[in-house]
Design a protein around this ligand. Structure first.
Ligand code: C6P
Length: 416
């Protein structure tokens, strides 16, 4: 697509997007005969060859169960899995590797948190505080915990720009848990979690962060943030599906009861009573997704080789360009105009249904997400039934943004 020089954003020097693209086999695929433009990275990112290789190398060369066998393969598999845990510990600056619990994803991490913290902390009349922009995965598990323990769910309201209304945070003497997203999957808003965590801590409230949309874009330092728990998925950060992490502060994890019972999470089992294994195994019942975890470790090493801040700067260039170009389309409104955003852009267009637009974009090889993005209360807050969402990753290009904008213009003409 043609672009005048004045509208061409300057991409950070030294960032070689073509070199990065070459590492993603899927980017060579055609969709409806067109080159794939993959703008659905908030749903799941694509995987670089190194991650795919690490996962298949486990199956091809060291496949065995972990922490169970005396044999060589089991030892190797265990070492590879635990190396991934250490990579992740360092990456998020956790104090101890045993504070990194492997799960199947953010959803599992948050369900673990809600179940276990509910058991530990919630009594009748207590309150759990979330925000109005939470993904269903950070709403429903807390609702379930509230129902179990007779507690109430409270919600931080959202401003018109898609930010927390910090003047109206309903902290109370009964608030026991604050569960908030670091970055909104629908709006792209980067939330001031450090400040709110500090406020919560003053009130002895336990803090849980949903980092699903932050992990691939922001440098995360759990000790600096001061959170008690931090959850994320591997598959949104160039890693395999079916992998995730719940980071927890040691002292709190020690007090939390286990969520699931089974193998590997026990110390001694008798029919009368079971004692539990030490951290992190207390929270890792059953055979984990060993291949996935090894792939996840590789994904984090891969991100570190490029640097998340360089990737984020590149994605921000795409966001700014897309914002400017899309806003020039008649009747288009962006939902989520916070000052601090990752490369996520949600929009609605007068007279155009998001589903129809998504379908027409797909015919041009462009993958976007349409609908409520698992944030129905947020859709209600903005008075829309859904949006079209483009979410960028390190391998996307300005040219791809141009292709999407041109295809959107074309679709609008057809649909109006
Ligand atoms: N959001 C999206 O398209 P899982 O599915 O467990 O990996 O992650 C759940 C989840 C939790 N919190 C946030 C903020 C999220 O964005 C997601 C997943 C995807 O926006 C799929 S619904």
């Amino acid at each position: 697509a043609f672009m005048s020089a004045s509208t061409t954003p300057v991409v950070k020097k030294g960032y070689d997007v073509e070199e990065i693209r070459a590492q993603f086999p899927i980017l060579k695929e055609l969709v409806h005969g067109k080159p794939l433009v993959y703008f659905d990275n908030a749903a799941t990112s694509q995987k670089p060859r190194r991650v795919i290789k690490a996962e298949s190398a486990y199956y091809a060369t060291i496949n065995a169960n972990v922490h169970r066998g005396v044999h060589t393969l089991s030892t190797k598999a265990t070492e590879a899995q635990e190396a991934a845990r250490e990579t992740i510990r360092k990456h998020i600056n956790a104090e101890h590797a045993h504070e990194v619990i492997f799960t199947s994803g953010t959803t599992a991490s948050l369900n673990l948190a809600a179940f276990s913290l509910g058991q530990l902390l919630l009594k009748k009349g207590d309150e759990v505080l979330i925000s109005g922009m939470e993904h269903h995965a950070n709403i429903v598990p807390w609702q379930m915990a509230c129902e179990r323990h007779g507690a109430k769910l409270k919600v931080i309201p959202i401003t018109d720009s898609g930010e927390w209304d910090l003047k109206q945070v309903p902290f109370s003497e009964k608030t026991r848990i604050l569960a908030i997203s670091h970055v909104s999957n629908t709006l792209g808003t980067i939330n001031p979690i450090k400040e709110l965590i500090a406020e919560a801590k003053k009130r002895s409230i336990i803090t849980v962060v949903d980092g699903a949309q932050a992990i691939a874009h922001l440098d995360i330092d759990v000790q600096d943030l001061g959170c008690d728990l931090y959850a994320f998925s591997g598959h949104k950060a160039y890693g395999p599906t079916g992998t995730g992490v719940l980071y927890g502060r040691e002292e709190l994890l020690e007090r939390m009861p286990p969520w699931q019972g089974g193998g590997e999470m026990i110390d001694v089992v008798t029919f009368e009573k079971t004692t539990y294994a030490k951290l992190p195994f207390k929270f890792e019942a059953g055979t984990p997704h060993i291949a996935g975890i090894i792939g996840l470790g590789e994904a984090f090493r891969w991100m570190e080789d490029y640097g998340k801040s360089a990737m984020a700067a590149h994605e921000h260039t795409l966001l700014e360009h897309a914002t400017k170009e899309l806003l020039a389309i008649d009747g288009l409104r962006i939902i989520g105009t916070a000052k601090e955003k990752v490369g996520v852009i949600s929009f609605v267009i007068d007279g155009v249904h998001h589903y129809d637009l998504g379908t027409l974009l797909d015919q041009q090889g462009i993958a976007v997400r349409t609908g409520h993005h698992c944030t129905q209360p947020l859709m209600e807050r903005f008075g829309v039934s859904g949006t079209t969402r483009a979410s960028f990753a390190c391998f996307n290009t300005v040219d791809e943004v141009e292709v999407m904008v041109a295809a959107t213009r074309k679709a609008v003409k057809m649909l109006r």
